[in-house]
Design a protein. Structure first.
Length: 284
């Protein structure tokens, strides 16, 4: 896990525990002796890409540092029905409290990783890489981003704080591409910040406006056709990174990649996914 992700993950786990357990797991408290111990296994019930094992370990350890976690599969493993990802052993109170939290996290993360792998596999022999977006469930973004990486994709910015991305609204409100790019460069100079600048354009000839204003680290081609993308890549001529975005589906993904664009961002990696079916059950 990237070090910068850890505070977000820890906060998310704390919120999940508070949300689910509240002032106590009264079902478990009423029928399970406090010191009773047991063992459970995480069973995969669908084919896909496993993600979230590392987070599951953190959830169990947060509830009880003495839990014994026996990991069998790594994040990123291609799983089939019947595969066991891990065994966990400890106080039943801990195992039962963690059950739904762990499943909610792992099922969604595995769904994102599985979806991402479908897109990444389509580009496996090309240099173009698929990117995620900020179209994530509020509060879950860091886990979605981790799952994309596990599935073979790449992360775009985490949020509004780690990149300057001049999109259409910023450009329109700023008065145009030149004003927006110059404003971004001046802002970084005045505040002593070192952030990458990406600028969105809406037609190929706007590439020239970006470079005339001082250039950017990456130019995004928004809702371009394949032919427009090829023309825009030609105009950039390797002077910065390039990205295609907007309305690109699995069916058209490879067509865009073959234009030579560096990245293709796909919101569907995180907002049109199906969670992977799995269970956490008692075992010997």
């Amino acid at each position: 896990m990237k070090k910068e992700y850890e505070p977000f993950v820890d906060e998310l786990i704390e919120l999940a525990i508070k949300e689910d357990i509240g002032d106590g797991d009264h079902t478990t408290l009423c029928c399970i002796p406090r010191d009773e111990r047991g063992r459970m296994r995480l069973l995969c019930k669908q084919e896909g890409v496993l993600a979230g094992v590392e987070i599951a370990r953190r959830v169990f350890r947060r509830l009880d540092p003495e839990v014994r976690f026996e990991q069998l599969l790594e994040d990123g493993a291609r799983v089939r029905p019947g595969d066991v990802a891990f065994y966990v052993e400890g106080r039943l109170h801990t195992l039962l409290q963690a059950e739904r939290i762990v499943l909610n996290i792992m099922q969604r993360m595995s769904g994102v990783a599985t979806q991402t792998a479908v897109y990444a596999d389509r580009l496996a022999d090309l240099r173009t890489r698929v990117l995620d977006t900020r179209k994530t469930t509020p509060g879950m973004r860091v886990l979605d981003k981790m799952a994309v990486k596990i599935g073979g994709g790449e992360n775009h910015r985490i949020g509004l704080f780690d990149m300057i991305l001049l999109k259409d609204n910023h450009i329109d409100f700023a008065g145009g591409i030149a004003e927006a790019v110059r404003g971004a460069r001046e802002y970084l100079r005045v505040h002593g910040r070192d952030l990458p600048i990406e600028c969105e354009i809406r037609k190929p000839e706007e590439v020239d406006l970006v470079f005339a204003a001082g250039g950017a680290d990456r130019i995004m081609f928004d809702n371009f056709t394949v032919e427009q993308t090829r023309e825009a890549v030609r105009r950039v001529a390797g002077r910065c990174e390039t990205e295609s975005s907007g309305g690109i589906t699995l069916d058209t993904l490879r067509d865009y990649a073959e234009t030579g664009v560096d990245f293709i961002s796909v919101g569907a990696l995180t907002h049109q996914i199906r969670s992977l079916d799995m269970s956490l059950k008692a075992c010997e």
